[in-house]
Design a protein around this ligand. Sequence first.
Ligand code: FMN
Length: 201
Amino acid sequence: MVLMLNCSYKAKDSNTQYFLELLKKELGSEETQILPIRQVLHDGFSEFVEKLQQAEGFVIGAPLYVDGLPAQAVKLLEMLLEGENLSLSGKRVYVVSNLGFYEGEQICNLFDIVRNWCDRMQMVYGGGLAVGAGPMISTLKSISLKKGLNKDVGKGLERISDCIRKGKSMENYYANTRIPRIVYQQAAHMMFRQTLKENGI
Ligand SMILES: Cc1cc2nc3c(=O)[nH]c(=O)nc-3n(C[C@H](O)[C@H](O)[C@H](O)COP(=O)(O)O)c2cc1C
């Protein structure tokens, strides 16, 4: 079983959830489960630990928040560090991350945080997939990820799912859209203005 954790605290419309669902689909016949971190932190930590110990692979789905991991993800990783009698040594940990910045490469600190945590846990860092301009890619669901402007994302999903299936590690993969940066910026500004209006600002 492959255990996936959605570290976004959003109850709905989580972009991370969208990318984890895509990975689940790409994994095909592999048994997978996606857990929301809310549930794990509020009342399901011991159950989560049990599942994690049994899982063949662990995928941390993490949005980039303030250039790092969301606070709730840091909390959970600390709880695991402090956990006693955990048999997680040697287990492979992958990351699927998306971010508001245009360039996926801006995620590198988040990948390093998870890599360092893996070292301390004696787990194996399996590599990460970063999706730049993530909110736009998850909103424009009708645009193919197999060819065209967002084909890098499709390629990244294929690569990480192949490694998970084979229990191998990979180099971090930074998937970027080919939609021009200026178009992305303008779309983001329109969305910001609309949100401000909706909030009476
Ligand atoms: C509190 C907060 C902080 C964020 N900080 C960053 C950031 O530093 N860099 C970035 O590229 N995107 C940042 N973002 C954008 C998120 O990474 C992006 O919207 C992502 O798609 C959110 O995923 P989610 O819907 O699963 O929560 C931030 C979003 C929030 C809510």
